[in-house]
Write a protein that binds this ligand. Structure first.
Ligand SMILES: Nc1ncnc2c1ncn2[C@@H]1O[C@H](COP(=O)(O)OP(=O)(O)OP(=O)(O)O)[C@@H](O)[C@H]1O
Ligand SMILES: [Mg+2]
Length: 316
């Protein structure tokens, strides 16, 4: 379990896509509405949850974040709802759960898709009645807490597969907020990189905090399957390997240098014609930019009309 730190969050948001996400978050923040945060791993679901908490009337209380997949079901239930002594083996004393302990605060149910069927029923009860039962007890207790949930899964699919309760999904997803993957908001990459290079340098005591030329462009072209967390790690790694905080090409992992598709320089490209390499590369950059032709053209260093002609010629 993690608790929020006292320092206020420093969110970087330049892209329209991420600003839109924060706009919705700010709108929904003041109310006790349940929010489901969806997004790929490392994209910023938790930081958006903190943003909601800090803009809510519960900001003076805490945000409790609990990773639902990390605990066996009984322990998770005991963590959330508390238990009476003897409720299960190992429950020696009465215990107050997070829903009671966190009164007036916010609780983030992280990886909500991993919650088992018994706990799903109990969560539904909290959401419907605003009441909990401690494990091994039959006294309903009222709780005053705001519930946020996060997942990288498609919960509609989980419902279809019979693994997640539809009624619980509807209660959790009064508002759904999509946290876009980093590759679809290229404008955020540079400010985030600059921010984290500074952060790494000051934390690790390095004199430098700059980038070798071309590095930021490489970052903008890469697909970042691990999103912001992968960016942070790449920067910290390079800062340490460089020994002075400067972020150099030679200290970046190969997938960032070469990408993972068939691009010039990779083995697969050796058997491809120039047109095939061109088509593969254009497709890849298009995917990185979330399909934006103008961004693709600027990454490729050509004009939008040249890109359009090439795409037509290559049958893209
Ligand atoms: N826009 C942003 N500005 C600054 N830091 C960010 C931003 N987005 C994400 N981060 C940082 O990136 C890291 C990953 O973000 P976060 O933990 O919120 O992702 P997540 O979606 O919850 O990931 P997971 O699915 O793995 O739980 C955190 O250290 C977070 O502080
Ligand atoms: Mg998270």
């Amino acid at each position: 379990m993690e608790f929020d730190s006292v320092e206020s969050i420093q969110l970087r948001a330049e892209s329209r896509a991420f600003r839109r996400t924060l706009e919705i978050a700010r709108k929904v923040a003041p109310y006790d509405t349940s929010v489901l945060l969806r997004g790929e791993t490392g994209s910023g679901k938790e930081i958006v949850a903190r943003f909601i908490h800090q803009h809510s009337r519960r900001a003076d209380s805490r945000l409790y974040s609990i990773s639902c997949g990390a605990l066996p079901e009984t322990l998770l239930e005991s963590e959330l709802f508390g238990h009476k002594a003897g409720a299960y083996t190992g429950a020696a004393r009465d215990r107050v759960g997070l829903f009671e302990q966190g009164a007036l605060g916010t609780i983030l149910l992280d990886e909500i898709g991993d919650v088992g069927p018994a706990a799903q029923v109990k969560l539904l009860r909290v959401l419907q009645e605003r009441e909990i039962l401690r494990l091994g007890e039959n006294i309903p207790r009222r709780v005053d807490i705001r519930i946020l949930a996060a997942t990288h899964r498609d919960l509609d699919e989980e419902v279809e597969a019979g693994r997640f309760r539809r009624d619980l999904l509807y209660r959790l997803r009064v508002v759904e907020i999509e946290v876009p993957p980093l590759r679809s908001r290229v404008e955020d990459i540079r400010p985030l990189a600059v921010h984290f290079a500074r952060h790494a340098a000051s934390r690790l005591g390095f004199p430098d905090r700059g980038f070798e030329s071309g590095v930021l462009e490489l970052f903008e072209r890469y697909s970042w399957p691990g999103n912001v967390r992968e960016l942070i790690n790449a920067i910290e790694r390079a800062a340490v390997l460089g020994g002075d905080g400067r972020i150099r090409r030679s200290d970046l992992p190969s997938q960032i240098l070469f990408g993972s598709g068939a691009v010039p320089g990779s083995g697969k490209a050796a058997g491809m014609s120039l047109a095939e390499v061109e088509a593969a590369h254009i497709r890849k950059v298009l995917a990185h930019t979330g399909g934006s032709r103008s961004k693709t053209a600027s990454v490729l260093g050509i004009g939008p009309s040249t890109l359009w002609r090439k795409m037509k010629r290559l049958g893209l």
